[in-house]
Design a protein around this ligand. Structure first.
Ligand SMILES: Nc1nc2c(ncn2[C@@H]2O[C@H](COP(=O)(O)OP(=O)(O)O)[C@@H](O)[C@H]2O)c(=O)[nH]1
Ligand SMILES: [Mg+2]
Length: 432
């Protein structure tokens, strides 16, 4: 496999769409395109221009579809290569034939992520940005979208670059002290710098949880006595009638799931059967299942009716918010630990949502979407920084270099030691 040969792939989802896009990129891509295109010659088109024409089978000349062709010229394309997109009608029948035609015309089917890999190799994106592309493609909720976009735009990379820079300067100083002690280079407050970098790394690591939530979503379980108002609360949170609500206790015998996006987090809300002692075997099974669902949930809403005698608390998992329902009715009990809400008037729903948000995201909310690889690299950087912090200045170098490597790996820069050397040299032109 060469790195520059023309590759092609269907870029839109497999199914039926008004339009579908087939991508082509690589050296000679426009040559390949010209063999399947009836219309203006793609080789003569300016980058960034669309043209209307027909896609044809290069062997038989059969017209496959009417399409728009969008041409990009290196380096001004996603991959940095000559590239183009065929915007055809979006059926599999069309897309498959267009792809086939491109292969006949000399392109190769792209491997997974190959376009973005080329973009990375050609310096269009760094590794963190490439991961952001993947996250954007896979985003299920608005939080993941927002955070991934921020990384794609380079804000995360810039932050990491700034941290790398500080460590490089520190390493340069330490090296200078070792090599030219007689020069009287001002000793840097190494520990303070390390402490500051460490703080930033830890602040980033604190976003690991919200990143995972944003990407994988979370399960929110509603449990409580029959008739407590669980199903009504679910409907109120959803904004539509999903669960059956009834004044007869024990209506929800099994459980039901509903997708619910809160604060951009894709949640699955699970409404369960009421928890109470019952002899009905079917209801009994439902109760047991409810308790199991609560244990497996990322967050539990324990729901109790404030207008009825106070129920005794079942064993609750640590991540539980207590909710007192029917706040519009005269209360029979009060408890500051419970958030009062009314599914009828909507009172307290905002406060409850805020509490859910805080339980999931903490107060900050999280700026970036960290991949598992990034979390791992940040952990490594953190450990090395902690190690360096506890060493005397002349022995910190190695741990600092390791920390730097871990940080640099976020952006995909593997070799940093050469750079350290260069920085030392650059920093140390004090007459030598
Ligand atoms: N006034 C009032 N009634 C409510 C409220 N929430 C639920 N209910 C009523 O309480 C009964 C039981 O509600 P439901 O949601 O089915 O409870 P579940 O068994 O816990 O799912 C129904 O008659 C609801 O209309 C509320 O906030 N205010
Ligand atoms: Mg119910």
């Amino acid at each position: 496999m060469t790195l520059k040969d023309p590759i092609c792939a269907i870029a839109t989802p497999l199914g039926k769409g008004a339009i579908g896009v087939v991508r082509l990129s690589g050296e000679g891509a426009l040559e390949v395109a010209s063999r399947v295109w009836r219309g203006k010659d793609p080789r003569k088109l300016k980058g960034g221009r669309f043209t209307l024409g027909e896609v044809v089978d290069p062997e038989t000349g059969e017209v496959l579809d009417q399409a728009l062709l969008l041409v990009f010229r290196a380096p001004r394309s996603y991959t940095g290569e000559d590239a183009c997109e065929f915007h055809t009608h979006g059926s599999m029948a069309v897309l498959r034939r267009v792809l086939e035609a491109l292969v006949k015309a000399g392109a190769r089917l792209a491997g997974p992520g190959e376009f973005t890999f080329r973009a990375y190799m050609n310096g269009k994106l760094d590794l963190a940005q490439a991961e952001a592309v993947l996250a954007l493609v896979e985003a299920e909720g608005d939080l993941a979208r927002r955070q991934a976009l921020r990384s794609l735009e380079g804000s995360f990379s810039r932050k990491i670059a700034a941290l790398e820079d500080r460590l490089l300067s520190l390493l340069a100083h330490i090296q200078a002290l070792l090599d030219y002690p007689e020069e009287g280079v001002e000793p840097l407050e190494a520990r303070r710098v390390i402490g500051e970098v460490l703080e930033e790394v830890e602040a980033l690591l604190a976003q690991a949880r919200s990143s995972r939530l944003a990407q994988r979503g979370a399960r929110l379980a509603l449990i409580g006595a029959p008739n407590a108002g669980k199903s009504s609360l679910l409907n109120a949170l959803l904004g539509y009638e999903r669960a059956l609500v009834s004044p007869i206790p024990g209506t929800t015998r099994d459980y039901l799931e509903a997708p619910l996006e809160l604060f951009g987090i894709p949640l699955v809300a699970v409404d369960t059967a009421g928890i109470r002692d019952t002899l009905d075997p079917l209801e009994r099974a439902g109760v047991e299942r409810a308790l199991r669902i609560a244990e497996e949930a990322d967050l539990v809403l324990y729901v109790a009716d404030r207008s009825a005698p106070r129920p005794s608390l079942p064993p609750l998992p640590p991540r539980t918010l207590k909710v007192a329902t029917k706040a519009d009715l005269p209360p029979l009990w009060e408890d500051a630990e419970f958030i009062p809400v009314s599914s009828v008037t909507g009172e307290g729903l905002g406060q409850l949502k805020e509490a859910i948000r805080e339980a999931f995201l903490g107060r900050g909310g999280g700026e970036y979407l960290l991949s598992e690889r990034q979390i791992e690299a940040l952990h490594q950087a953190r450990e090395r920084l902690l190690e360096a912090k506890n060493l005397p200045e002349d022995l910190m170098g190695l741990a600092l270099e390791e920390a730097l490597k871990a940080l640099a790996s976020l952006r995909g820069r593997k070799e940093v030691s050469e750079e350290v050397v260069a920085r030392v040299f650059q920093n140390f032109c004090v007459g030598k």
